[in-house]
Design a protein around this ligand. Structure first.
Ligand SMILES: NC(=O)c1ccc[n+]([C@@H]2O[C@H](COP(=O)([O-])OP(=O)(O)OC[C@H]3O[C@@H](n4cnc5c(N)ncnc54)[C@H](O)[C@@H]3O)[C@@H](O)[C@H]2O)c1
Ligand SMILES: O=c1ccn([C@@H]2O[C@H](COP(=O)(O)OP(=O)(O)O[C@H]3O[C@H](CO)[C@H](O)[C@H](O)[C@H]3O)[C@@H](O)[C@H]2O)c(=O)[nH]1
Length: 326
C-alpha cells in the first residue's frame, strides 16, 4: 500500500503502539504530535514524525499535500478526566476545536476514512452494564463531553462529505507491548495501573484510592481494563472495515469484565510480589462508579478478536515496561 496512515498523537502511549501495529500490518504510518505529552523516542525508526499541533490548519494541510493520506487515526488529545474538570476550556480547545480543524483538513483533501479515539466517558453514569453503544450518552465530565462533540461532528460530516469514520469508545487502556517495544512512558501519568506498578517498584510512595463509598461490591470504582495491544488491533480491524466500503460505526472497545480499584491493587501486589502503601481518600471529581463494555459489536462487525483479555497479563506487561524505564 502506497499511501500513508496519518497517526495523530503517535508519540503518545496508545499511538506508539499503533505505529508498531501498522508497520506489522504492512502499512506506512506517519505521525503528527505536538510532543506536549508524547516522546520523540516513542516513534519507531523510519516513521516520519512532524512536531506540531493538529489544530494548526496550515501545518496539517501542508503535510497532507506532501503525503497522500489513505486514512487518519486521531489519538491527539488531552486525556486526564480530573484535569478536564479543573480546566474545561483547555479540553474543549484541544479535543473539540482542534479535532474540527483536523477533520476540515481531511474533508478538503478528500481523505476517505478516519478512526477516532472516543471514550467510555461519553456514557457518564450508565443506567445498565455492560454498556452497549445504543445506550444514552450523558457524560459527567468535560473530557467526555469534549469527545462526544467530536462524535457528533463526525456524524454530520460523514453525511455531507465522502468520509467514513469509526469512533471507537475505549474503556480503560492499560498494559504494554508484550515484546517490550512500547509502553506508558509519562512519569506524570494518572492512570490507575500505571500508578500502581510505579508504587510497587518504589517510584511512588504508595497509592491513593479515590473513594470507597460508591455503589459497587467493595465501594471502589469499577472499570473495564483493556490491553493496549488488543486496543490497537481493533483499529486495524476498523480500517479494514472502512476500506471495504462499510458505513461509519461507533463501537465500544473493552472486555466486558469489570474490576474495582481494590481488585487492581490486589493483582498488582500479587503479580509483583511487592507490598506498597494504600491510602483511602475521598472521591475524585468526574469519576463514574462503574464502566464496563459490551463488546458484541466490535466482535461481530469489526471481527475484533482480543488476545490478552486477562488482568494479570495486563499488569505483568505494565510491570515489565515500568522496570525498563529509567
Ligand atoms: N488511555 C486511556 O485509557 C484512554 C481511554 C479512552 C480514550 N483514550 C484516548 O486515546 C487517545 C490517546 O491517549 P493516550 O492514553 O495515548 O494519551 P497520551 O497523552 O499518551 O497521547 C496523546 C498524544 O497526543 C499528543 N497531543 C496532544 N494534543 C495534541 C495536539 N493538539 N496536536 C498534536 N499532538 C497532540 C500528545 O503529545 C501525546 O503524544 C486520546 O485521544 C485519549 O482521549 C485513552
Ligand atoms: O491513583 C489513582 C488513580 C486512579 N484511581 C481510580 O481508578 C479508576 C480509574 O482511573 P484512571 O485515571 O486510571 O482512568 P479513568 O477511568 O479516570 O479514565 C480513563 O478511562 C476513561 C474511559 O473509561 C477515559 O477515556 C480516560 O481517557 C482514561 O484516562 C478511577 O475510579 C480512579 O478514581 C485511584 O483510585 N487512584
Amino acid at each position: 500500500m502506497d499511501n500513508y496512515i496519518l497517526v495523530t498523537g503517535g508519540a503518545g502511549y496508545i499511538g506508539s503502539h499503533m505505529t508498531l501495529a501498522l508497520q506489522a500490518a504492512g502499512e506506512r504510518p506517519l505521525v503528527i504530535d505536538d510532543l506536549s505529552a508524547g516522546l520523540r523516542s516513542a516513534v519507531p525508526d523510519g516513521v516520519p514524525l512532524f512536531a506540531g499541533s493538529v489544530g494548526d490548519a496550515a501545518f496539517v494541510g501542508d503535510i497532507m499535500d506532501r503525503y497522500p493520506i489513505a486514512a487518519i487515526i486521531h489519538f491527539a488529545a488531552s486525556v486526564v478526566v480530573p484535569e478536564s474538570v479543573a480546566r474545561p476550556l483547555d479540553y474543549y480547545r484541544n479535543n473539540t476545536a482542534n479535532a474540527r480543524t483536523l477533520i476540515d483538513c481531511a474533508v478538503q483533501r478528500k481523505v476517505p476514512h478516519l478512526v477516532f479515539s472516543s471514550t467510555a466517558a461519553v456514557y457518564g453514569e450508565p443506567d445498565r452494564t455492560p454498556i452497549s453503544e445504543g445506550q444514552s450518552t450523558q457524560p459527567i465530565n468535560p473530557y467526555g463531553r469534549s469527545k462526544l462533540m467530536v462524535e457528533w461532528m463526525l456524524d454530520d460530516v460523514a453525511r455531507a462529505h465522502p468520509l467514513s469514520y469509526a469512533a471507537l469508545r475505549y474503556f480503560n487502556v492499560a498494559g504494554a507491548d508484550p515484546d517490550g517495544r512500547a509502553g506508558q512512558s509519562s512519569p506524570n501519568a494518572t492512570h490507575l495501573i500505571k500508578i500502581a506498578v510505579q508504587a510497587a517498584l518504589g517510584k511512588r510512595d504508595g497509592l491513593d484510592v479515590y473513594g470507597t463509598d460508591y455503589p459497587t461490591a467493595d465501594g471502589s470504582c469499577v472499570r473495564d481494563y483493556v490491553h493496549v495491544s488488543d486496543l490497537v488491533a481493533a483499529h486495524i480491524d476498523a480500517l479494514r472495515y472502512l476500506r471495504a466500503g462499510n458505513p461509519s460505526v461507533i463501537c465500544n472497545i473493552g472486555y466486558a469484565n469489570g474490576y474495582s480499584v481494590l481488585d487492581v491493587i490486589e493483582v498488582v501486589k500479587r503479580v509483583s510480589g511487592i507490598d506498597f502503601d494504600v491510602r483511602i481518600k475521598g472521591r475524585r471529581p468526574g469519576d463514574p462508579a462503574a464502566l464496563v463494555a459490551s463488546n458484541e459489536l466490535a466482535k461481530s462487525l469489526l471481527g475484533w478478536r482480543p488476545r490478552h483479555d486477562d488482568l494479570e497479563t495486563i499488569v505483568r506487561h505494565a510491570l515489565a515496561w515500568e522496570r525498563r524505564l529509567p
